[in-house]
Design a protein around this ligand. Sequence first.
Ligand code: NAP
Ligand code: G4F
Length: 323
Amino acid sequence: MIKKRALITGITGMDGSHLADLLLEKGYEVFGMERRTSTPNRTNIEHLEGKITFVNGDLSDQMSLLRCLKKTKPDEVYNLAAQSFVYASFITPEQSSDVDGLGVLRMLEAIREYGKPVKFYQASTSEMFGKVQETPQKETTTFYPRSPYGVAKLYGHWITKNYRESYGMFNCCGILFNHESERRGVEFVTRKITDGVARIHLGLQDKIVLGNLDAKRDWGYAPDYVEAMWLMVQQDEPDDYVISTGKTYSIREFLDYSFKHIGITDWSKYVGQDERYMRPSEVDLLRGDSSKALKNLGWKPKTSLEEMVGKMIDNDIKQLGEK
Ligand code: NAP
Ligand code: G4F
């Protein structure tokens, strides 16, 4: 049987590595696009070495994307690469916009130039809802991004739709709400907390210093969410879908679950706050309605927040113990 071929950009990231695991399980030949860095960080993909093929490319370099397509001859392209840290997009807005906005255009142009049928998935985000215009947020909710990241992602979202409508390309956008896992970068609030809690448990750290504790997020588990990406691409007709749990929790509630996991109920002396982690403009509340994904894709989240927090902390304790 001929294997389907998939190219994943952002392979070193959290989602890229989980999607590669899923596609390998499904019998795909997987290609992962990596960019050059002075000190490569392959923590998330060590286990994939020898199982997938790595190719070099960068979303800020048009020709490198075309070369990746020619080399890998994919049936499906999952564009997961991005400068994905919202806070950093306030510090490097131009670079973030270039990669997260124009980078999508470059990939779409590369696919057009390549000329063979390719199904394209774009990693859109709940950050596009920003200052939310209704709750819960669904596919038809008006967007109001609150960061250079959100604005750039909105461009990526609309250019993906525009190329679908203009050129009949199979392009779909997953509007994914926050999702986390043991492979999440440590600068994101969930992993910063689970890593900090693990360190406190092991006596390696006294305090976790955070920013705004009142923001609310709809947090799911990344391995559940990459399945939704794959399902979108398997449909006969391309479309856009919200992927979320429908539940929302504040950072304070995430702290409750995390400290409870190591037997602490009053965490006040272990958590500090500092202005430097506050954002110039904040997304206060996200809660998604993924009923369209349930109806058309048969997708629903499997992992609860409490379960996910437990997995992340146990993994952080294990990793720190091994070090
Ligand atoms: P992540 O862990 O930060 O991974 C981002 C990936 O993009 C990394 O592999 C990174 O490579 C790569 N990358 C960055 N700039 C690049 C460039 N110029 N050219 C090529 N590759 C580049 O992000 P994630 O959490 O897995 O998210 C995956 C995608 O979903 C992102 O597009 C993100 O914006 C979007 N998204 C995420 C969430 C979420 O909650 N996780 C929700 C909605 C949407 P390096 O290792 O070299 O930096
Ligand atoms: O973990 P965060 O940095 O994630 P954020 O900004 O929600 O973005 C993530 O989810 C988006 C989907 O909605 C993705 F598109 C994006 O790529 C990324 O994966 O921050 C979550 C909340 C914010 O309100 C932030 O202000 O946590 C608050 N927070 C409080 N203290 C903190 C901290 N965030 C970080 N990163 N670090 C803190 O110390």
